[in-house]
Design a protein around this ligand. Structure first.
Ligand SMILES: Nc1ncnc2c1ncn2[C@@H]1O[C@H](COP(=O)(O)OP(=O)(O)OP(=O)(O)O)[C@@H](O)[C@H]1O
Length: 290
């Protein structure tokens, strides 16, 4: 008989995660699983809850929420033998998309109930780990500004408004990148450090990436004329942009980013740091049902 712990973020997906609780209970009763459901009370709580669950030998600790919740739970489990389960009930759910976890709750629950966990890589940024995609530049500034927009508007509309405002106001940034042993000075539209493939609500940033190969894909996008944005945006969303003259991709183990200006760093949809920042890949960092 399986024993599962569900960590539910009541704030995720405008209440979608909370709405999943009756389905979780019904599913676990039908499968005759032992289960516990606990709700987070504050930002960061999920990491503490997951950490203290490691010694209790659950068959899985399940993050019920969006990318932020998953990152917090995963940070509590990284390096342990306790597998992570994911019920994608947030606004973005990009890591789930990178891992092919279905968005329907009953199907995602079946993967945890009947699937086998596999190792994926984690990427350290000093204070913790991210598991999908980090970035600096255009999209990281949107991730920062979205918090202000959310005071007035919730959900995806907040993202579209923050993105539109950034499109009008963005100034390209000067950075120095150290990608393994190669040093590059560049002006960037954005620079992505990708472990998974999808981010920003389903954009295919890293079409050739693999989340379990022991490598990071570093993707440098240099300035693009503003009038070309709409055309390139479509290419970016569909993952058909790596051969454009503005784009260079590197497969590596370590990345450092320096800049004169302190720049926000987005990791799995949240601001996790500011520059300077250093990333390194941890191969087989966490077990996940996917
Ligand atoms: N009880 C809580 N109250 C408020 N915020 C919380 C609570 N528990 C966790 N959080 C925070 O909620 C944030 C959003 O969570 P998550 O990303 O899972 O949901 P989301 O709906 O996908 O949000 P986003 O719009 O960021 O994608 C996380 O940064 C997390 O730290």
């Amino acid at each position: 008989m399986k024993e599962l712990l569900f960590i539910v973020n009541p704030a995720a997906g405008n209440g979608t995660a909370l709405g999943a609780i009756p389905l979780i209970e019904q599913f676990c009763r039908q499968c005759r699983f032992k289960y516990e459901i606990t709700k987070t009370q504050y930002k960061g709580h999920a990491t503490a809850l997951a950490k203290s669950a490691i010694s209790l030998s659950y068959d899985a600790v399940v993050a019920v929420g969006g990318d932020g919740t998953v990152m917090e739970v995963a940070n509590g489990l990284v390096g342990s033998l306790t597998p992570l389960g994911i019920l994608p009930t947030g606004t973005g759910n990009d890591l789930s998309k990178s891992l092919n976890i279905p968005s329907k709750i009953d199907k995602a629950l079946s993967i945890i109930a009947y699937g086998k966990p596999k190792y994926i890589d984690a990427v350290s940024y000093g204070d913790g780990y991210f598991f999908n995609v980090a970035s600096v530049g255009f999209d990281a500034e949107i991730a920062r500004d979205i918090q202000k927009v959310k005071r007035w508007i919730s959900g995806k509309a907040a993202y579209y408004i923050a993105a539109f405002l950034k499109f009008i106001t963005y100034r390209h940034k000067d950075v120095i990148l150290e990608i393994d042993n190669t040093k590059i000075s560049a002006k960037i539209l954005l620079f992505a450090i990708a472990n998974g493939t999808y981010y920003g609500g389903g954009m295919n940033v890293n079409p050739n990436g693999s989340i379990d190969d022991g490598y990071i894909d570093a993707i440098l996008i240099t300035p693009v004329p503003r009038f070309k944005f709409p055309f390139l945006f479509w290419k970016f969303v569909s993952g058909k942009y790596l051969d454009l003259p503005y784009v260079k991709a590197y497969r590596c183990k370590k990345v450092k980013i320096h800049s004169n200006e302190s720049l926000p760093v987005n990791g799995d949809g949240d601001i996790i740091a500011t520059t300077p920042v250093q990333f390194s890949v941890l191969n087989q960092g966490i077990l996940v049902f996917c």
